[in-house]
Design a protein around this ligand. Sequence first.
Ligand code: NAD
Length: 489
Amino acid sequence: MKQLRNYIAGEWHLSKTTDYLDVINPATNDVLAEVPLSLASDLDQAVTMASEAFTAWRRVPPTERIQYLFKLKTLLEEHRDEIAKTITVECGKTLKESEGELQRAIENVEVACGIPILMQGVNSEDIAQGIDEIMIRQPLGVVGIIAPFNFPAMIPFWFFPYAIACGNTCIIKPSEKVPQTMQRITELIHQTGLPAGVVNLVHGSKTVVDALLDHPTVKAISFVGSSPVARYIYSRAAETGKRVQCQGGAKNPVVILPDADLEMTTRIVADSAFGCAGQRCLAASLAITVGSVKADFTDAMVSAAQQRVVGNGLDDGVQMGAVINQGSCDRIQTLIQKGIDEGGNLLVDGRDPQIPGHEQGNFIRPTLLQDIPLQGDVATTEIFGPVLGLLHANTLDDAITLVNQSRWGNMACLFTNSGAAARKFRYEAAAGNIGINIGVAAPMAFFPFSGWKESFYGDLHGQSQHAVEFFTQTKVVVERWPKEWSRQF
Ligand code: NAD
């Protein structure tokens, strides 16, 4: 069985651990590889090498640093099919979803190639007579990036291209559930000729994360994952004085007004709720109908849920793949039962489906639960599976109140034909990513991924100018050059 290795200072190292975890294909439960649950000593070695590399890397001009990113973009494009297949095989999503994910990763490389402009400072001449003040941006040092399982390629790219383009060196800790994608991408990073130690990859789980959080040489932590872990990482990293950004979980509402285009809305909401088998932090998980649209939208969603083609993400025509593992399958099915126990009306039951040829896979079909209690577990818990709760409100105001009661704030969407309703929603909805007639309001690489409330801990988000600010510290220089000194010139 293939044993994955850590990438430290430009070389592949076997971890010193004896503890390995199976990496599985969620569609078949076949074992694909073994990932090391690395030790704190592996992490310490990576940090030491990254710290040594920082001394030289920060002196490489930004215009030269980005040349490696241009090469990486080309290599990612050349290996697009292969990487997409790797994502699908270890993560379960469809090939089309994997290709879309990789495209989003590449777009972050493109934006980070703008670093020579993005990290420019500002200056003010003559803040007093003969005195100038400038602000420059400098890298932090070694930074750590901790990623979740659901976007194995894209999420590390919300951070590391910006981090290294700004002159930092980094340690990437991919999810132990999907380690092969970043392993392959790291091989491509190696091919760019990037100096050793600038990007390092350390596999593992809590032990490595804790070592990263506690390491005095690590200056900043970027995390994406569930909210309880996000909160834990935010506070533990802050204890050692690090800069931290933690993107957490979600429970995303979409509001449907009677004037919405029903056919388009149903298609988009179904794609949002069931795409990636509901394992997206921007998946619609609560649909709130307003006024007279309830019956028509409900009927249309029932039929969309029933018709969705579920199967192995590698197969043609499949619209929804498996969920990540058996534990996840069990958790989702338990929450569906909880919804029924809480008084919800199970309109479409996706539990225990038979997927011919994939009887061992971790499949759940799209599920619809209507009229679940607002304070119940299903309405308030992130299910992270293909389960959509249907709620109803009499007015847009009531729907916005429901949206804003949530402790989450990753995304909220409105479906309408009315500009006034759209503006009101955009203005009043308490979430950081808003969609108007959009089901997955994923910010492009040149915008910040703006979660709010318990969906985000920190102030600067991933991607865009936010990432540049996160990975640089400002230095202000005040200079006096008295007039009389220039008489000689
Ligand atoms: P997770 O929180 O279980 O794991 C994320 C990372 O943290 C992994 O690398 C894991 O090894 C590590 N980790 C897990 N438990 C830990 C612990 N106790 N101590 C230290 N480290 C720990 O998340 P997941 O299941 O991999 O991913 C799904 C979650 O990520 C969902 O909640 C989803 O909403 C969220 N997510 C959020 C965004 C966003 O932008 N807000 C994007 C994608 C996913």
